[in-house]
Design a protein around this ligand. Structure first.
Ligand SMILES: O=C(O)CCC(=O)C(=O)O
Ligand SMILES: [Fe+2]
Length: 179
């Protein structure tokens, strides 16, 4: 299913992106947002944050939870394409970045995606008659277009209409009943 990620060298066709985020100190942090709530689009994001907190993830039932920076530690975020590949087993998490009142915050995000024209769909090993694929195949470039247009609704837009049969991806916070 994922030959592009195998040890045979196809991995070099993958599309990594390095994103530098800079959040200047803000005297009134409650009236500003560093980075609005989103899920990452690619497979995985590896994030380094400087010694200033600001990253928050949404935890169901609890709300926004701060991910404190730990010296030498990296944060690994599951992206939407891994959510699709794992048929919702690994959930892409809604997160955001707050600004700090006194400190300039920096973060470096390494977004790892597949080759842009490879179709990503739920792994066949994870699907059977009891666990049908919940997402249709989509390339990263197609998904980025959907994300640019529909932002946090993108994942539900590539979702197949499985709810009718009672199959629910418990990790899909954005899912809507389509069809
Ligand atoms: O600055 C952060 O901690 C979050 C950055 C982020 O979510 C992103 O670059 O996608
Ligand atoms: Fe992010």
């Amino acid at each position: 299913d994922i030959k592009w990620a195998g040890p045979t060298g196809e991995l070099k066709e993958a599309c990594p992106v390095l994103q530098l985020n800079s959040y200047p100190a803000c005297p009134d942090p409650d009236r500003a947002m560093g980075l609005a709530a989103h899920t990452d689009s690619a497979l995985l994001t590896i994030l380094h944050q400087n010694n200033t907190s600001g990253l928050q993830v949404q935890r169901e039932g609890t709300g926004w939870v701060t991910v404190p920076p730990i010296r030498g530690a990296l944060v690994v975020n599951v992206g939407d394409l891994l959510h699709i590949l794992s048929n919702g087993l690994y959930s892409s998490v809604l997160h955001r970045a707050m600004v700090n009142r006194t400190q300039h915050r920096l973060s470096v995000a390494y977004l790892y995606g597949p080759p842009s024209n490879v179709r990503i769909s739920p792994l066949s090993k994870l699907t059977d008659s009891c666990h049908p694929p919940l997402y249709r195949p989509v390339t990263w470039s197609e998904y980025l277009g959907t994300k640019a247009k529909h932002f946090n609704k993108a994942l539900s837009l590539v979702r197949l209409c499985a709810r009718r049969n009672g199959f629910v991806d418990v990790n899909d916070h954005n899912s809507v009943l389509v069809g």
